[in-house]
Design a protein around this ligand. Structure first.
Ligand code: KIV
Ligand code: ZN
Length: 520
């Protein structure tokens, strides 16, 4: 028997592996631990914590996530090679419930990469899954690019993996190529025809290249899959993976036609969505289903009228079910520490006493400049205070002069490794002048890949959140900050990204994926 009841769908989150693999979404070690804890707390069944052989950093992260895990199964990824599988086991074995996930590309295009015949590949699958199963009772096997693999061959290799001891068979739509009906049919065919299939869990892993990842995953469940692989905010390579919040809320909202359940505490969705967006440096698009800023906004007159009379007129889900607090009152400059603590609790944010002190100081500064401090402002403050204590580069003071008909000038004071330094620079606009001054104080070869500004709330006194993504020598780091002054937020975000590059260089050496998962 498998570890599921008939209608329970297991949620396998791969934000920390497939999501983090997305260029620019690299997270620091501490951020990975934080996200893993939030996933565990929200009821994710299986957390794919990383790809242990890819780098020292990945190995350390998977090991520590495994050690700290509570209820979730902790899974690591391994190519179909014995040293990969051994390394993966070394990392996940610390978990209460460890899992090894091994994979190989089975489609004609992927078979050509290691230049294996169909028979040779079948032998490799048998050997590697057997090896994994000798190490761990819980083994997941994936035929990468399954949806472009000949169905007969797919049935053959799935049977081999089951006989070799795999307990979960995952069917990846690696390039986002399938469509809902085909997705359901493929799973159904495998379950109906492969010997041993009823004894294992079938999983679906969809990419969103054609915008069908959620639909394909749900169709696979209708075809018999009982594990959905997904990421928070749909983070992932190219167009991303199936979004956790979408499949979970679809199953919850339409249980009348999809008689399944998940173990996710949906009220925790919004908080984790915001944290992942912040730490990965991938802001959520405004009209993104479930977690977008506009997902529950009803602005047109006719909608507002209907909503006031009866929320169900236009709302199929309640905002509070995904953790969006109802019409809670904004804080202001007279709000005290207790009110701030209560607000953080309401927003699902847990902070220690020291962080609360820090957030409170910033909250007071903000409340002096801004009449009403909204929930989104508070969340932006929390994100901004997360990792500043240990930063070697800090902004001390700045002023910018700009106007029509001339270059802008930025005067900057920074503390670098405990020493105060200052510089003045001119540039094409205030942000350019500021970044140039920072580069004068901390010379570096980092290339600016992305610079993005978003208003946190409405009004001209709104805070701006700025995201900056830098690339240096193959290493990518993102920084974020928020301030009512867009140029100050830009300086802080840039410095934040530089700090991450410094940490990456110093602590983990070259913490880039030295091995591509496509080399399987
Ligand atoms: O998309 C994919 O095929 C993958 C596998 C490694 C499961 O992420
Ligand atoms: Zn994938």
């Amino acid at each position: 028997m498998t570890d599921q009841t008939k209608d329970r769908v297991l949620i396998f989150d791969t934000t920390l592996r497939d999501g983090e693999q997305s260029p620019g979404a690299t997270m620091t070690h501490d951020e990975k631990l934080e996200i893993a804890e939030l996933l565990d707390d929200m009821g994710v069944d299986i957390i794919e914590a990383g790809f242990p052989i890819a780098s020292e950093g990945d190995f350390r992260a998977v090991s520590e996530i495994a050690e700290r895990s509570k209820d979730a199964v902790i899974c690591g990824l391994a190519r179909a090679q014995l040293p990969d599988i051994d390394r993966c086991w070394e990392a996940v074995k610390h978990a209460g419930k460890p899992r090894i996930h091994t994979f190989i590309g089975t489609s004609p295009l992927h078979r050509a990469i290691p230049n294996l015949t169909m028979d040779e590949m079948a032998d490799r699958i048998h050997e590697t899954v057997t090896h994994a199963r000798n190490l761990c009772d819980n083994v997941q096997w994936s035929p990468m690019d399954a949806t472009r693999t000949e169905w007969d061959y797919l049935c053959r290799v799935v049977e081999i993996a089951i006989k070799a001891g795999a307990t979960t068979i995952n069917i990846p739509d690696t390039v986002g190529y399938t469509a809902p009906r085909e997705s359901a049919d493929l799973i159904k065919r495998l379950i109906e025809t492969v010997p041993g299939a009823p004894d294992v869990v079938f999983a679906t892993h969809c990419h969103n290249d054609l915008g069908m990842a959620t639909a394909n995953a749900l169709a696979a469940v209708e075809g018999g899959a009982r594990q959905i692989e997904c990421t928070i905010n749909g983070l992932g390579e190219r167009a991303g993976n199936t979004a956790l919040e979408e499949v979970v809320m679809a199953i919850k909202t339409r249980s009348d036609i999809m008689p399944f359940t998940t173990g996710i505490e949906t009220k925790k969705i919004m908080h984790i969505s915001r944290r992942v967006a912040t730490v990965a440096g991938f802001p959520v698009q405004f009209n993104k289903a479930i977690v977008g800023k506009n997902a529950f906004a009803h602005e047109s007159g006719i909608h507002q009228d209907g909503m006031l009379k009866n929320a169900e007129t236009f709302e199929i889900m309640r905002p509070e079910d995904v953790g969006i607090a109802g019409t809670s009152l904004p804080l202001g400059k007279h709000s005290g520490r207790a009110a701030l603590r209560a607000k953080l609790k309401e927003l699902g944010v847990e902070v220690g006493d020291n962080q609360l002190k820090d957030i409170f100081v910033r909250f007071k500064e903000l409340a002096d400049r801004k009449k009403e401090v909204y929930d989104d402002d508070i969340l932006a403050l929390v994100s901004a205070t997360a990792d500043e204590e240990t930063d070697s580069l800090q902004l001390v003071n700045m002023s910018v002069h700009c106007g029509t008909g001339g270059p802008a000038t930025a005067d900057l004071e920074m503390e670098i490794d405990g020493k105060e330094v200052s510089a003045t620079s001119q540039g094409d606009g205030p942000v350019d002048a500021t970044f140039k001054a920072i580069r004068m104080l901390h010379p570096n070869a980092a290339r600016l890949q992305l610079y993005q500004v978003h208003a946190v709330t409405e009004g001209t006194d709104a805070q701006a959140t700025v995201s900056v993504r830098l690339e240096e020598d193959g290493m990518i780091a993102t920084g974020q900050s928020a301030d009512t002054d867009t140029v100050v937020a830009s300086a802080k975000a840039y410095i934040n990204a530089l700090n991450r590059l410094v940490v990456r260089r110093e602590k983990t050496g070259k913490d880039v994926k030295e091995i591509s998962y496509k080399d399987a």
